[in-house]
Design a protein around this ligand. Structure first.
Ligand SMILES: [Zn+2]
Length: 478
C-alpha cells in the first residue's frame, strides 16, 4: 500500500511511513465531558474510526489512544451551575459520550486515559520543563516560556508574533510574555486540587495530552489528530511541551486535522449556540445516515449540516439498502445453470473496478467522498442490471451477484456503514408499507385488480415505488 497523508505541519500530502513497519500509533484529542456532544464533536471520532478500520483492513496493527479532559474550567463551571461536586460532571457525561459513539458505530479506542488519573505523569513532565528552563513558577502557577522554545509556531507555520496577533490571549501581568501558557494552575478557593512541588493545583489545558500520549505511544509516534481548531494553541503547545521536555524531535510524525461542521456556514460550537446534539440528530435520522453524512466530504473540508444534506445521505443509503436486499433475494434460491446474462456484463466490470477505486481513494489521504463514489457507482450498476421486473438470474449471474454482495459488505464495513440492521426509513412507515404490499398481494390473488392498482397508485403519490419481481414485491422510496 502506498498511503499518502496530508500533514498539517508540512502543509503537504506526504507518503506515510510508520515508525515501526505494520504498526501505527494514533492519539486523538478527546472531549471535555461537561455536556452532551454535538454533531460537530462527532466528526473527528467517526473519521478516526474509519482511518483505523482502513489501516486494520490492510493488516496494520493500530493502537488508538483518546483522552478525556476530565478536569477543566468548563467542568468546574458546570458543576457549580448544577450544584454538584466537580467529579459528578465527567461521571455523567463520559457514559453519555460512549452511548452516543456506540450509537454511531464508532469502535472503542484501545485506551481512554483520564487527565485526573495521570497527575503524577503530568507533574513529572512539568518538572522536566522547569529543569530545562522552559517552565517557570509564579505564586504556585507554572508557565511555559515560549521565547525559549525556538520551534514554537512550526505546526501553525507562523512566527510567535503572528500567532500573538491572531490569538485571544488572557492578559496576565505576571507572565514574562503574553504567549506563555499555563502548565500548572494554583488551586483557587473551592476548586479541586492535587498536591504538587508548586503547591496544590491542577494541570493546565494542554499538558495532559503531551503527558498521556508520551506515556502510551512514546516520543515520535505516528499520527496525532483532532479538529482544525486545535492546531493553535493546543497542538502547538503539545509540541513545545513534549519536545521541550525531551530535547528531541519530532514529537509526532503526522498531524491530521479535520475541518469543522458548520451550520449556515458558521462553525458549530457551544459558545455560538448553533449546535445540534448527537442525540437530537439521532432522533431524526438513523445512525448510518449520520455516518454517511459525516463521510460525504473529505475530512479536511468544512461540512455544512443541513436538512437537505441529511436527506440526501438518507436517499443514498436507501439505494444501498434496497440494493443489498435485492442481492439477498436474487441469490436466496439456486438458479438454473446458465452463462452470465448480457445485462450483467457491465456489472461484472463495475464489480472489478469498485475495490480498486475504493482503495485508491482511501490511500489518497483517506478520501471517503471518493470511496463512497466507488460504492455508489457499483450500486447504480447493480440496480440498472437487475432492475427489470422479469429479471431472473442464471447460476453465473448468481455467482457475480454473490461477489458483488461480498464486495459491498467489505467496502461499507471499512466505512462502518450497514453494520446495523435498522432500515433507514422510519420504522413505522416501513412496517405500514409492508402491510399495504401484503394487502395488495392478497387483492391481486383474489383478482381484485381495481384495489391492487389503487394501492399502487396511492403509494406512488406518496413517493413509494413498488417493484414486482419473480420472487415477490419490493418497495423503495422515490
Ligand atoms: Zn489534546
Amino acid at each position: 500500500m502506498s498511503l499518502k497523508i496530508y500533514n498539517t505541519q508540512s502543509g503537504q500530502k506526504e507518503e506515510f511511513i510508520p515508525r515501526k513497519p505494520g504498526e501505527v500509533g494514533v492519539y486523538v484529542c478527546g472531549v471535555t465531558p461537561y455536556n452532551f456532544c454535538h454533531i460537530g464533536n462527532a466528526r473527528p471520532y467517526v473519521i478516526f474510526d474509519v482511518i483505523r478500520r482502513f489501516l486494520e483492513s490492510q493488516d496494520w496493527k493500530v493502537l488508538l489512544v483518546q483522552n478525556f479532559t476530565d478536569i477543566d474550567d468548563k467542568i468546574i463551571n458546570q458543576a457549580q451551575n448544577d450544584g454538584v461536586e466537580w467529579n459528578e460532571i465527567p461521571a455523567r457525561y463520559i457514559p453519555a459520550y460512549f452511548e452516543d459513539m456506540d450509537a454511531l458505530g464508532v469502535k472503542r479506542a484501545d485506551i481512554y486515559p483520564l487527565a485526573t488519573e495521570h497527575i503524577s505523569e503530568i507533574i513529572s513532565l512539568v518538572e522536566e520543563l522547569v529543569k530545562n528552563g522552559l517552565g517557570y513558577e509564579i505564586d504556585g502557577d507554572v508557565y511555559f516560556r515560549v521565547k525559549k522554545f525556538n520551534d514554537y509556531g512550526k505546526l501553525s507555520n507562523r512566527t510567535p508574533e503572528e500567532l500573538l496577533a491572531g490569538a485571544r490571549i488572557e492578559v496576565d501581568e505576571r507572565k514574562e510574555d503574553p504567549l506563555d501558557f499555563a502548565l500548572w494552575k494554583a488551586a483557587k478557593e473551592g476548586e479541586p486540587s492535587w498536591p504538587s512541588p508548586w503547591g496544590p493545583g491542577r494541570p493546565g489545558w494542554h499538558i495532559e495530552c503531551s503527558a498521556m500520549s508520551l506515556k502510551y505511544l512514546g516520543m515520535g509516534f505516528d499520527i496525532h489528530g483532532g479538529g482544525a481548531d486545535l492546531v493553535f494553541p493546543h497542538h502547538e503547545n503539545e509540541i513545545a511541551q513534549a519536545e521541550g521536555a525531551k530535547g528531541t524531535s519530532p514529537f509526532v510524525r503526522y498531524w491530521v486535522h479535520n475541518g469543522w461542521v458548520t451550520m449556515a456556514s458558521q462553525k458549530m460550537s457551544k459558545s455560538l449556540g448553533n449546535i445540534r446534539s448527537i442525540r437530537d440528530v439521532l432522533s431524526h435520522w438513523p445512525a448510518d445516515v449520520v455516518r454517511l453524512f459525516l463521510l460525504s466530504v473529505h475530512y479536511r473540508s468544512p461540512l455544512d449540516f443541513t436538512e437537505e444534506a441529511m436527506e440526501s445521505a438518507r436517499a443514498g443509503l436507501e439505494r444501498l439498502q434496497v440494493g443489498m436486499k435485492r442481492l439477498k433475494r436474487l441469490t436466496a434460491n439456486p438458479a438454473a445453470e446458465g452463462p452470465l446474462s448480457s445485462s450483467l456484463t457491465a456489472l461484472e466490470k463495475a464489480e472489478e473496478t469498485a475495490s480498486q477505486r475504493f482503495q485508491e481513494a482511501m490511500e489518497d489521504d483517506f478520501n471517503t467522498a471518493a470511496a463512497l463514489g466507488a460504492i455508489f457507482d457499483l450500486v447504480r450498476e447493480l440496480h440498472r442490471a437487475t432492475g427489470q421486473i422479469d429479471y431472473k438470474p442464471t447460476s453465473a449471474d448468481q455467482a457475480l451477484l454473490t461477489k458483488t454482495e461480498d464486495t459491498l459488505k467489505r467496502l461499507t464495513g471499512i466505512l462502518g456503514l450497514m453494520e446495523k440492521t435498522e432500515t433507514v426509513g422510519e420504522d413505522l412507515t416501513g412496517s405500514l408499507v409492508d402491510l399495504l404490499v401484503e394487502v395488495r398481494n392478497q387483492a391481486r390473488e383474489a383478482r381484485n385488480f381495481e384495489m391492487s392498482d389503487t394501492i399502487r397508485a396511492r403509494l406512488t403519490d406518496l413517493g413509494i415505488i413498488l417493484e414486482d419481481g419473480p420472487q415477490g414485491t419490493t418497495w423503495r422510496r422515490r
